[in-house]
Design a protein around this ligand. Structure first.
Ligand code: B12
Length: 313
């Protein structure tokens, strides 16, 4: 169906269930209990989902699959406008037409499955040679990682394959960092994973992209204990910090107390699906911004500092 017609079509609950792989009963419950459902009904009262309704259901499904309680997931899904829903669900959609992605994601997964480090390295390098880093990450590396995560979740790919694919990618990203390392360290940006957080590839992607823009960063990598982060913040007073969390964090953890005690202008940029929906208020000198893409993260970190205390989602 042509893209311009897709938006005009309305779908029944059964069709949406088939399309998204979510049971019709769950869809009805989400609609009844949380208001995440169709914006239209037929005269006979049957549910009719539009494309935006389907995007919202997708966001709800993604959050609940990650362990977010249904009520909070619904709150987030309902708070998103049409543009934000499209950004959030873009990465879910098949992009067979993308010349960058075509076949490459599958090639990466297959090389990981055969524990073929050489091919992995070759494919990553080719992508980085042929495309800018943001494109390579967004269209190939991140979808490949998600696909491997799904295959691991389904039991068809061993964790050793995931480790290998991650290790080789980390090496390639570090090469980009090394080759572009800025000589000056005028701007002081700290990049860190939350306490106990092992997923640090997005940090490397951010560091590499900042390096390509001539900005030096202090990349602290995975599992940065909150006490260590606190010590670094208080001792070095950076103006920017990017924190990544794939795994769910709590609203009552010590990190928020640390940020409430900051007394200088600090931009805190949060990336990853692990951060709580409702963030505790920061100190009045701190600005907290959530980012949702590599491009968004680097744009925010490269922008001029924002004065005053705010939380931007
Ligand atoms: C590689 C990997 C690992 C590697 C990490 C290696 C490394 N050096 O980073 C290893 C093997 C160590 C690992 C360990 C574990 N992992 Co793991 N892992 C992954 C995998 C495949 C990729 C992680 C990644 O880099 N993601 C980056 C992007 C691709 O993540 P994303 O969430 O899709 O991104 C979204 C946004 O954040 C945004 N986005 C994409 N890229 C970027 C970049 C930036 C800068 C920004 C701002 C946004 C952004 O777009 C996406 C859509 O919104 C994911 C699968 C997945 N879906 O992420 C599982 C995954 C994150 N892991 C998972 C789990 C459960 C684990 C373990 C707990 C398993 C275990 N039992 O031991 C452990 C330990 C976790 C811990 N305490 O930190 C689950 C998490 C589920 C959950 N939310 O709780 C996932 C989702 C797999 C799954 N399908 O279940 N993992």
């Amino acid at each position: 169906m042509p893209d311009d017609l897709v938006g005009a079509v309305e779908w029944s609950v059964g069709t949406v269930a088939d399309r998204l792989g979510i049971s019709a009963a769950t869809l009805r419950t989400w609609d009844r209990r949380y208001g995440v459902g169709p914006s239209q009904r037929t005269e006979g009262g049957h549910r009719r989902y539009g494309e935006e309704d389907i995007h919202r259901v997708r966001v709800m499904a993604r959050f609940t699959a990650r362990g977010v309680p249904a009520q909070s997931a619904a709150r987030v899904a309902l708070s998103m406008d049409s543009e934000r829903l499209t950004i959030e669900t873009d990465s879910d959609r098949p992009q067979a037409g993308s010349p960058v992605r075509h076949g490459t994601v599958e090639a990466i997964c297959s090389a990981a499955l055969s524990l073929d480090a050489e091919s992995l390295s070759r494919i990553y390098q080719r992508c980085l040679r042929e495309h800018d880093l943001v494109t390579a990450w967004t269209e190939v590396f991140a979808p490949a990682l998600r696909s491997m995560g799904d295959q691991w979740g389904g039991g068809s790919l061993g964790v050793e394959c995931e480790h290998l694919a991650s290790e080789v990618l980390a090496t390639e990203l570090r090469t980009v960092i090394r080759l572009n390392r800025p000589r000056t360290t005028d701007t002081f940006v700290v990049l860190a994973c939350a306490d106990e957080e092992q997923h640090h590839l997005p940090l490397l992607a951010v560091e590499a992209e900042l390096a390509r823009h001539g900005v030096a960063a202090l990349g602290l990598g995975a599992r940065v204990p909150t006490e260590a982060l606190e010590h670094l913040l208080m001792a070095r007073r950076p103006s920017r910090i990017f924190l990544w969390a794939s795994i769910a964090r709590q609203v009552d953890e010590r990190l928020w107390q640390v940020l409430a005690a900051v007394r200088w202008p600090l931009d805190v940029v949060l990336g990853g699906p692990g951060w709580p929906v409702d963030l505790p208020a920061p100190a009045h000198t701190v600005t907290v911004t959530r980012v949702h893409t590599l491009e968004g993260a680097t744009e925010t970190l490269l922008a001029a500092p924002t004065p005053g205390a705010t939380v931007r989602t």
